[in-house]
Design a protein around this ligand. Sequence first.
Ligand code: TYD
Ligand code: MG
Length: 467
Amino acid sequence: MAKRSAHYVCQSCGAVTPKWGGRCESCGEWNTIVEETVASVAPGGLGPGGPGGRGGKASHKLEFHALDGPAERLPRRTTGIAELDRVCGSGLVPGSAVLIGGDPGIGKSTLLLQAAAGLAGAGDGAGTACIYISGEESVDQVRLRAYRLGLSHAKVQLAAATSVRDIAASLDDTAGVVIADSIQTLYVDNLDSAPGTVAQVRASAQELIRLAKTRGFTLFLVGHVTKEGVLAGPRVLEHMVDTVLYFEGERGHQFRILRAVKNRFGPTDEIGVFEMTDAGLAEVANPSALVLAERRGTASGVSVFAGIEGTRPLLVEIQALVSASPLATPRRAVVGWDSGRLAMVLAVLEARCGLILAGKDIYLNVAGGLKVREPAADLAVAGALVSAASDTPVPEDMVIFGEIGLSGEVRSVGQTDARLKEAAKLGFARALIPAGRGRKAAETAGLQVDEIGHLRDMVGRIAGTRD
Ligand code: TYD
Ligand code: MG
């Protein structure tokens, strides 16, 4: 018989406390602690044919293995969307669980419907059996989307459902891929809490993941992230699944980035780049070219950063504006980069290079709605700032990368080769990079490379090139 007990769970981070409080001691969020009455789930889960309970206390001796035994290579299913396949680690692994998190409206359902259609195919028997379970939209709504995307012919099996028990009972061994959109709408009926609470999200996910492992299908869980914490954040799921992908992008911009933050079957930090169109998400095989396509001649305050995202190089335009401020505390606004990092670069420019920026409003923007996280962008940011402050354009055919230390030294970063090759491929002729290994790489890439050891050198190069 199930035992009932009450405890208090933070809806933001999932921490469990014995008593209620206004503020979660674990994550510091206010008003997120909710009482949850839990009937303990019978071990083995809810599904038909489950083992039903552990029963006695008999223990088994473990069988230990050597490291050099035969290891089965995991077969992969490809979705036909190369950007998605690569982020997952060259295809989907049967029996694995993938969580796709992101803001509402960012395009998760669209991406997964396109993937499902790619997997299922239109022909008879050729594709993977694909099941799309929508807990948010009706069958009609999903059909309308499929029609709009031109995917109506695809052999995707669609259902609108929220009960995990019903879903489990309807899945048979033929399912190849199951998509649950979204996990916050699903519920297991032996818990009293409402769908979307941490307890329900966790129990529903646990049951679906167990089914995925035993039946061998790939499970996609969609999870909304809201800043207000209205729905339980998918954070509690991150350790339960094999792969965590985040779908991100700035609203109003056409780019969408799918980023792997955890992957048991492939590299993390890998990104897939998509463009939003009327006909759904289009893959962007060469993001650098697209990002730079809107560059218009030379203007001051603009530099091109040769970055690396996952395994691929990506050239990004960085824009800065420096203007006299009427405010007592000048404004510092950043889009697409870390504001703490900007403060550091500004401090180094002032303290080590004598560039006076106090009393100026400073705006920094990464073009195209992209987000840059690499410290290697420091030097390109500094380049844009120096260029803006001195009203001198950075040469149009120059890329910049390098990390900046607090004493103003320019530190080397990884993958110099790949960065320079990408720059050469896109028609850049010059690169401003950290001193060290650039010479040889530059020869192979065919670029003219300027290696600098201190930020002061760059200030001299840019502010001194005024003609
Ligand atoms: P949707 O996939 O429903 O977002 P999510 O599942 O993350 O909440 O997409 C949101 C809206 O944007 C939807 O009305 C369709 C539209 N959209 C496009 O028109 N083109 C696109 O390429 C994408 C991704 C979305
Ligand atoms: Mg959706």
